[in-house]
Ligand binder design. Sequence first.
Ligand SMILES: Cc1cc2nc3c(=O)[nH]c(=O)nc-3n(C[C@H](O)[C@H](O)[C@H](O)COP(=O)(O)O)c2cc1C
Length: 195
Amino acid sequence: MKHLIVVAHPVEKSFTLALAHAYAEELEKIGQVQQTRDLYRMGFDPLMSADELASGASGDAAKAQDDIRAADVLTVVYPLWWLSMPAMMKGYVDRVLARGFAYESDKGNVRGLLEGKKVIMITISGAPLPLLIASGNWNAVQVLQDTHIFRAAGFTLLEHLHIDKVAPDMPKAIAEKHLARVRACAQEHFRGNLL
Ligand SMILES: Cc1cc2nc3c(=O)[nH]c(=O)nc-3n(C[C@H](O)[C@H](O)[C@H](O)COP(=O)(O)O)c2cc1C
């Protein structure tokens, strides 16, 4: 299968990037084909312009749509910032998952156009997941990100893997456990699935 990994974090040595690379390496180990798009290092422009809003994706957004067309599985990797995605990832969603490519809408009814494609979400938070669940915040994440963005565009969500309690002073053993979880995610969904 062909995988497109899209990751957003400003710091190249961040734990977010380490998770994306571990996932990509594991996919390759089991014979999957992947390409990783590191939005910050590519200099992706997250700002929707007036021209693009009127005429559809151009430049790096049009190329990013080609990446999605060519992929069977999209994996997005980003930290939760203010419970949402970093502006870089949000800009990618705005410009790339655009009307006419990812969805059509008629009188408020939205129809996803990317049916048949799969998505895996890997997100990271400082807060413990049980706290996010108890406060209702996790439900908000799922409604706005899993459902309102990716499912609405027609993707089948295979897994939303959330890595919580990520902090700069995280012990190495804990970091290794988290890295093992993303590797296991790649194995679980794609080992032996080369179609
Ligand atoms: C601008 C900003 C906003 C954040 N907002 C949240 C938040 O709302 N909830 C949360 O649990 N963590 C929040 N965090 C922490 C991050 O989700 C994450 O734990 C942190 O970026 C660690 O990942 P990294 O080492 O890859 O940077 C925020 C971090 C930043 C920089």
